[in-house]
Design a protein. Structure first.
Length: 273
């Protein structure tokens, strides 16, 4: 087990907040510790904790660590409500590659989360009802009190959730057409079948409404997009760049994912983590 440690680099400046760890396991432990503290603090004061969750390869280690905290350190999820970013459309929740199945396998089945408090957009709602379903998803997030902490991964094209390049800052939960590169990246998982063309996703605004946002990114393959999102212009062409405008958003990186960043000049940052 790798012990927790201080990040290599911690800064918050006008380009957004960045926290770099030498290994992703250390980053995962730091974020899982933050989530556990938030859940426990809310439980202590009799409140729910609302988590926004992502799928994909990036957060697997985080979910494994949360499961470990549940099993070994008595972290209860009884007061937790979850909202996932997205779901393929059309796709049954029981499909092995649905994001509902992913969440069940990685987290929901292993902790004491009330299934009725876990939410994902539906991949089976009738097309005529998609707009109403998406509005209802937004209403459910509001009714839960808003998202306390949103976990994000980073798409190879800069997407967050399935907000592909061109997504407006004001976008809400809606049906989107997946970019060819996004479907290409998913193709390996889908084997002989092709990934769905569409998805339902929280919008950029839905994400930015979260009180705290943690974008996780690992490995050299993400480095250029991390650099564009953190240090480039805020633009709909790189939806993750909108996080620069959120005062409590943080890019939590391993050293490889941070390798294309320019280090801050002395005095430009302040501790953020
Ligand atoms: C997943 C999601 C996507 C992924 C992104 C990175 O719910 O919304 O934005 O976070 O595509 O995927 P990985 O982690 O597989 O590189």
């Amino acid at each position: 087990m790798i012990p927790p440690s201080s990040p290599l680099d911690s800064r918050r400046d006008r380009r957004g907040a960045v926290l770099v760890f030498d290994h992703r396991d250390r980053a995962v432990r730091a974020i899982a510790t933050e989530i556990a503290a938030l859940i426990r603090e809310r439980a202590r004061t009799g409140h729910a904790c609302v988590l926004g969750l992502a799928t994909g390869s990036t957060p697997r280690g985080l979910y494994a660590e949360l499961v470990r905290l549940h099993r070994e350190e008595a972290l209860s999820f009884a007061n937790v409500t979850t909202f996932n970013l997205d779901e393929y459309y059309p796709l049954a929740p029981t499909h092995a590659l649905s994001y509902r199945s992913y969440m069940h396998a990685e987290l929901f089945a292993h902790v004491d989360l009330d299934p009725a408090r876990t939410h994902l957009p539906s991949g089976t709602v009738a097309e005529a009802d998609v707009v109403a379903h998406c509005a209802d998803y937004e209403a459910k997030i509001r009714a839960a009190g808003g998202i306390d902490l949103q976990i994000l991964g980073l798409g190879g094209n800069g997407h967050i959730g399935f907000n592909e390049p061109g997504s407006s800052r004001d976008s809400c939960t809606r049906m989107v057409t997946l970019a060819p590169g996004t479907r290409g990246a998913a193709a390996a998982d889908w084997g002989d079948t092709t990934p769905p063309r569409y998805a339902l996703t929280m919008g950029v605004r839905t994400i930015l409404d979260a009180r705290r946002i943690v974008l996780l990114a690992w490995g050299e393959g993400k480095a250029d997009m991390v650099s564009a999102a953190v240090e480039g212009a805020v633009t709909a062409q790189v939806p993750a760049s909108f996080l620069q405008e959120h005062p409590q958003a943080q890019f939590v990186l391993d050293a490889a994912a941070a390798s294309a960043l320019t280090r801050p000049s002395a005095g430009s940052g302040e501790p953020s983590g």
